[in-house]
Write a protein that binds this ligand. Structure first.
Ligand code: ADP
Ligand code: IPE
Length: 245
């Protein structure tokens, strides 16, 4: 089995509030199906998550303002999840949405539910979400990348795929620097500049998550979700992406 993270940068247009990209998702699902294996999907928030979370001050203490934000962001994330679910079901995949907020963000409970649904022959789809931190009276965010790490620990997949809107992990932001170099592999000495405005940490955090997952014994691929055929070309000579073993 494998895990796949559909980055918010692929499934939405990050700068346009609630802009979904159904064709991009459809093309990715076509490639995932070709693998003929059980899998778990984790999707990010993109413009359904980050814009309003930032605007309303989430993560943060429970206030009148963040209460409204919690409601709006959760509504939007469930909406995005429904769209991804529609894309899966239209492709004949028996997906089931698992919202982390329903488990107060408890990673172990979420991964147990994901595992149980897999065992029942379904394709679980979980996602970056807001959740209530009852103990500290705060609203928090669990990112898709955090979920993937926990799921990798529990489910021990052979492969984990991260899809974003660039070819992999570069030494610098390729959208800002035309001479940025794609890192075909990632090792501990790789250094790169982190420019990100995401509420959940940007590329630096992703690179550290990727390394943590590889340490569990999985092969991790960071690929361009806009060229989804690469999902099935990882063994080819001309493969483009970042691989971490
Ligand atoms: P996700 O789709 O999972 O939300 P992110 O938006 O967090 O992905 O990360 C992808 C974005 O990170 C790219 O659009 C790219 O512009 C930016 N980025 C910043 N630094 C780097 C880097 N060193 N390598 C690759 N992408 C980077
Ligand atoms: C963000 O999840 C979820 C919210 C902001 C509610 P991610 O951090 O995994 O989303 P992307 O992939 O970066 O958009």
């Amino acid at each position: 089995m494998f895990l796949v993270k559909l980055g918010g940068s692929v499934i939405t247009i990050k700068g346009r509030y609630r802009f979904y990209r159904p064709k991009a998702v459809h093309e990715i699902i076509k490639e995932l199906k070709k693998k003929n294996e059980p899998f778990v999907v984790v999707h990010g928030g993109g413009s359904f998550g980050h814009i309003k979370a930032k605007e309303y001050g989430i993560p943060g203490e429970i206030t009148e303002r963040t209460k409204m934000g919690y409601s709006v962001v959760h509504r939007d994330m469930v909406d995005l999840n429904q769209r991804v679910m529609n894309s899966l079901i239209e492709s004949g995949i028996r997906g089931v949405g698992i919202p982390p907020s329903m488990f107060n963000g408890d990673l172990q409970e979420i991964s147990k539910s994901v595992g149980d649904h897999m065992d029942a022959g379904l394709f679980p789809v979980t996602f970056g979400d807001v959740y209530l931190n009852q103990k500290e009276k705060r609203f928090e965010i669990v990112s898709g990348d955090d979920l993937i790490l926990e799921l990798a620990r529990k489910l021990k997949p052979s492969d984990v795929y991260f899809l974003t809107d660039v070819d992999g992990i570069y030494d610098r932001n390729p959208k800002k620097y035309r001479d940025a170099v794609l890192l075909r592999q990632l090792n501990d000495t790789a250094k790169f500049e982190n420019i990100g405005t995401d509420v959940t940490g940007g590329m630096l955090k992703k690179a550290s998550t990727v390394k943590d997952i590889a340490k569990l014994g999985c092969t991790v691929y960071v690929l361009n979700g806009n060229v989804p055929s690469r999902l099935n070309r990882t063994e080819s000579k001309d493969f483009i992406g970042t691989v971490v073993k």
